[in-house]
Design a protein around this ligand. Structure first.
Ligand code: NAP
Length: 254
């Protein structure tokens, strides 16, 4: 089997949580890595521990920053072969209390960010007739959850984009897939627990128990489990898998 050693992978949000686990997993396979995010200090701390890794400060919602960031990535490590659209954020608020600003923020980071970064890489992937695009969506892209309607709408949008783009790139050696984590033990889930705790009379332990009830295995998914799935989809031998939304959620959706 060919290896991924010669490949250049860009991971948005690669400095923390799921993105950091993906960074570690792909670094172990010898890929050249660029991680992107807004907090350059954290990204630089992360790349210190990894050979052939490079950090670029990019807000994925800003097209100019994305174009400049990808130009730096290409100048440093060559054409982008694999794009992991992982950057994301979740605001929790009942729909009737949600303002347009929250709605736009959720679409900007979770959906437009995927558009911006994919536009930046796709022409060169088409040219070289090889590419992998993996969008870290969510089970919230496959089902509804109360109080996160904008996040759900954005993640459903990511899965729609994944399916359509898979068809448009099917003859170009490119696969486009979504990975859909259930509740995963990261800062994002910690923030969700804190937010519910602040707004209700539940203790943090009770909130945690409620979130765990979503997963039939009654546990939080670990970031490394998402990273394993991403690695599987990156491989040459996974070339027939495209346009899929793969839940990693202990059986929460099926
Ligand atoms: P996390 O640790 O908070 O990571 C989110 C990452 O996204 C951070 O590294 C952050 O970096 C980056 N980011 C956020 N806004 C950005 C922006 N505008 N531009 C560039 N980077 C941005 O949370 P996580 O759980 O690992 O989340 C990773 C992905 O998994 C997200 O797409 C999330 O929706 C998805 N997901 C998570 C769960 C879960 O339960 N944790 C479940 C399903 C799906 P900076 O702050 O440096 O910008």
């Amino acid at each position: 089997m060919e290896t991924l050693q010669e490949k250049h992978v860009v991971i948005t949000g690669g400095g923390s949580g799921i993105g950091a686990a993906i960074t570690d997993a792909l670094a172990e396979k010898g890929t050249r890595i660029t991680i992107m995010g807004r907090k350059l200090d954290r990204l630089q701390e992360k790349v210190k521990t990894i050979k052939q890794a490079f950090a670029v400060s990019v807000d994925v919602t800003d097209l100019d920053q994305v174009e400049q960031g990808f130009a730096k990535a290409v100048a440093n490590h060559g054409t982008v072969d694999i794009l992991i659209n992982n950057a994301g954020n979740a605001i929790s608020v009942p729909f009737h209390k949600m303002g347009l600003e929250d709605w736009n923020t959720m679409l900007a980071v979770n959906l437009n960010g995927v558009f911006n970064c994919t536009q930046a890489c796709l022409p060169s992937m088409r040219k070289q007739k090889w590419g992998r695009i993996i969008n870290i969506a969510s089970t919230a892209g496959l089902k509804g959850y109360a109080y996160v309607s904008a996040y759900c709408a954005a993640k459903h949008g990511v899965i729609g984009l994944t399916r359509a783009l898979a068809l448009e790139t099917a003859l170009d050696g490119i696969t486009v897939n979504a990975v859909c984590p259930g509740y995963t033990e990261t800062a994002l889930t910690e923030a969700a627990i804190e937010n519910i705790f602040q707004k209700t009379n539940y203790t943090k332990a009770e909130v945690q128990m409620q979130l765990l009830q979503n997963n039939p295995q009654k546990r939080f998914v670990q970031p490394e489990e998402i990273a394993n799935t991403v690695f599987w989809l990156c491989q040459h031998d996974s070339k027939s898998i495209t346009g899929q939304a793969v839940p990693v959620a202990g059986g929460e959706v099926m």
